[in-house]
Design a protein around this ligand. Structure first.
Ligand code: NAD
Length: 486
């Protein structure tokens, strides 16, 4: 066995996931009306592996005419097939999709890691199983909607436009498509421009599942494609997940129209550690909350509040753990921290690191080696930051933690709620009473206690304030895709 060179160099032998069975085409067209069709303007853009900077594929850029074709295909499928199909038959298709995702789980996990940069451990153990779970859960509801909302009349909305970000490409597609189909709607989905591949693989899977043509259409492109979808006159609902900035633009452009809208936007979650918590467990929870997945999580615990009496010990233990995180090849099963999703996002993160240093806060970065090619950021901790600083106010979407201390419960509640966001929060304590006190007072859509970043399809997820409105998952998520009367 290889000998460790120093305490912080574990020197594990590489354990890369084999990619032999994974097929990525050189070029992908748009998935409209049940088949792949070239874009009207014949324009394509590159999708790149952020860990190597190698081009993976050329992907079609949908223009306004293509968006129109996709919406027409979805409308036709809604009017002639999907809305007329008995719900129990719809549910069979959704179950089939869930099972096919499970069967092809390794392939999906590998493509997710290659296209997005996230560690295979996460795509294999979180993204893909949860995506399958979302289809299973909603397949179960498809023929029981009247029981989900007793004493009410429920009906589908029609054609739904869905726009998703790059941090959980397959999972976000599942969060959007599964409830929409279960409720009897048809879909036009636009994945993010830096991570289109798993959505396109999902299109192939829909063909294998025999899903009727046009029930789900997948159009690739950047912001202008998303905008054309939002502005299309024959869309009954827009479901958007992404930045608060784009969410606000979408809300403005739908003002005065009857189009339904749900927005799942940014976050700046507080992770609160009390002196009576299990400290080693809390350190691991903080690492899981911000450093795994490179901080590319909307609900990342990016603001850390530690009770003053344990702050020195906590910082020491956290730095020690940071030094042992393994950064590198996303396909290596030992990797904790993969690549930053794109060069643009890396530049954004770097500008925040500079802002934090310029404000005079102490910055600690783990001393892991960083590969020469690709986009990488070392796990970073800023200690004793001020409430008003840019790094504690704005969403960075990178592996950057801004830490403050507190002395009393009221103080930490005030500090945690002092943000325009309200997506999630975490509380670490031995006392159940403290947990109940904080869960009622923290203004966040989800509050985790003695854990972080845990998801389940039965549990609604969504935010307060500038983190958006509407919920995904559970009964609340279903209701966002239904007309409910009575
Ligand atoms: P983004 O807003 O830049 O892009 C999201 C999607 O919107 C992409 O598909 C993009 O092409 C599209 N888009 C861009 N401009 C558009 C426009 N004018 N009209 C319509 N569509 C447009 O966000 P991002 O950088 O891809 O993702 C990161 C953001 O997503 C972070 O703020 C993160 O917090 C948020 N997010 C939120 C959740 C949640 O559930 N609340 C989940 C994941 C990510």
């Amino acid at each position: 066995m290889a000998k460790a060179k120093k305490d912080n160099d574990w020197n594990l032998a590489p354990a890369p996931e084999s990619t032999g069975h994974v097929k990525i085409d050189k070029k992908y067209d748009l998935f409209i009306g049940g088949k792949f069709v070239p874009p009207t303007a014949k324009k394509y853009f590159e999708t790149v592996n952020p860990a190597t900077e190698k081009i993976l594929s050329q992907v079609a850029e949908a223009g306004q005419k293509d968006v129109d074709k996709a919406v027409k295909a979805a409308r036709k499928a809604y009017d002639t097939v999907w809305s007329k199909m008995p719900p129990v038959e719809r549910s069979k298709y959704i179950f089939r999709i869930a099972r096919l995702i499970q069967e092809r789980a390794r392939e999906f996990a590998i493509i997710e890691s290659i296209d997005g940069g996230k560690p295979i451990r996460e795509s294999r153990d979180v993204d893909v199983p949860l995506a399958a779970a979302h289809f299973f859960y909603h397949a179960g509801w498809a023929d029981k909607l009247n029981y989900a909302f007793p004493n009410a009349e429920v009906s589908s909305l029609g054609v739904v436009g869905q726009i998703i970000p790059w941090n959980f490409p397959l999972l976000m597609a599942a969060w959007k498509i599964a409830p929409a189909l279960a409720c009897g709607n048809t879909v036009v989905l636009k994945p993010a421009e830096t991570t289109p591949l798993t959505a396109l693989k999902l299109a192939e899977l829909f063909m294998d599942a025999g899903l009727p043509d046009g029930v789900v259409n997948i159009i690739t492109g950047a912001g202008s494609t998303g905008q054309a979808l939002v502005e299309h006159s024959d869309i009954d609902k827009i479901a958007f997940t992404g930045s608060t900035q784009v969410g606000k633009m979408i809300k403005r452009s739908l003002a005065g129209k009857s189009t339904r809208l749900t927005l799942e936007l940014g976050g700046k979650a507080a992770n609160i550690i009390f002196e009576d918590s299990a400290i080693d467990q809390a350190v691991e929870g903080v690492v899981n909350g911000i450093y795994f997945n490179q901080g590319h999580v909307c609900c990342a615990g990016s603001r850390l509040f530690v009770e003053e009496s344990i702050s020195s010990e906590f910082i020491r233990k956290l730095k020690h753990r940071m030094d042992h995180l393994i950064l590198g090849d996303p396909l290596d099963k030992n990797t904790d921290i993969g690549a930053i999703n794109s060069e643009g996002q890396l530049n954004t993160i770097q500008s925040y690191l500079e802002a934090g240093e310029k404000d005079g806060f102490e910055m600690y970065q783990s001393n892991v080696a960083v590969p020469k090619k690709g986009f990488w950021c070392r796990p970073t901790l800023f200690t004793h930051v001020s409430q008003s600083s840019v790094i504690s106010k704005e969403e960075i979407f990178g592996p950057v933690l801004a830490m403050q201390t507190f002395r009393t419960i009221d103080e930490v509640i005030d500090k945690a709620n002092n943000t325009p966001y309200g997506l999630s929060a975490g509380v670490w304590t031995d006392k159940g009473s403290k947990i109940f006190n904080l869960t009622t007072k923290l203004k966040a859509g989800v509050v985790w206690a003695n854990t972080f970043n845990k998801f389940d399809p039965t549990s609604p997820f969504g935010g307060y304030k500038e983190s958006g409105f509407g919920r995904e998952g559970g009964l609340h998520g279903l209701s966002a895709y239904l007309k409910i009367t009575g």
